[in-house]
Design a binder for this molecule. Sequence first.
Ligand code: GLP
Length: 265
Amino acid sequence: MKILIFPDTEQAEAFVALEVAALVSKRPTAVLGLATGGTMERVYGRLVACALDQDIAFTQVRSFNLDEYWGVAPDHPASYTHYMNKRLFQPLDMHQALTQLPNGIAADADVEAARYEAAISAVGGIDLQLLGLGANGHIGFNEPTSSLGSRTRIKTLTQTTRNANRRYFDKAQDVPRFALTMGIATILEARAVLLLATGAAKSRAAAQMIEGPLSAFCPASALQLHPKATIVLDADAARELTLRDYFEEVHPHGARASVPPAHRT
Ligand code: GLP
């Protein structure tokens, strides 16, 4: 895992936005795995500004979102489809046919989950998967004890997660109890993953993800198995890391590592 700790939240968000912009600039037909949540709102704001400013075309980009609420229609204001349309797809003129989310109102959840997995495979897999981090260590909607071998499927949300998402719904009872989510194994198949966690509320989960045992109890710890996982934190999210000094020595202020030429001794 590459651990990048930025002194402030804005720099951490800007790094993630620029990584995505750089990939699409180099490969206009890239396949992106996308995340939602409050953390990504600001990243997408920066990405849109950067893409428009630097004339980076997203019109051929394909994307697959991690998850969608079960029972929530795409045009519902709290759906992840609505979130993505508003924050990324429409501002960047991305093609609807190339941007996919699980269908939260499909007739059959299992059939929809299998269709989603097949759709990802059909385009050759995901080049870069963006991830946020749940305060309980979830990625996508893979709640604690999700199998590390899981694929896209329907999951029951924990009360912690429902509380965290309460703000997007009018009434507490409107917060969905279920979601369709890529599985841990689906996420691990992406060729690269980039996780962003900011704020003190994520510090415990961040420490467990990076330094804790590999465990289904902290689903994000599965990223320890990924050969190309970059974890981007701000100072608050990094504050419970035991090896923080080491990570900051390798990547001061989130900078790329500089390896000096070898000296024979
Ligand atoms: C949500 C989403 C995740 C997101 C996480 C953190 O429940 N399903 O994809 O990364 O929780 O959200 P936030 O960035 O709002 O803290």
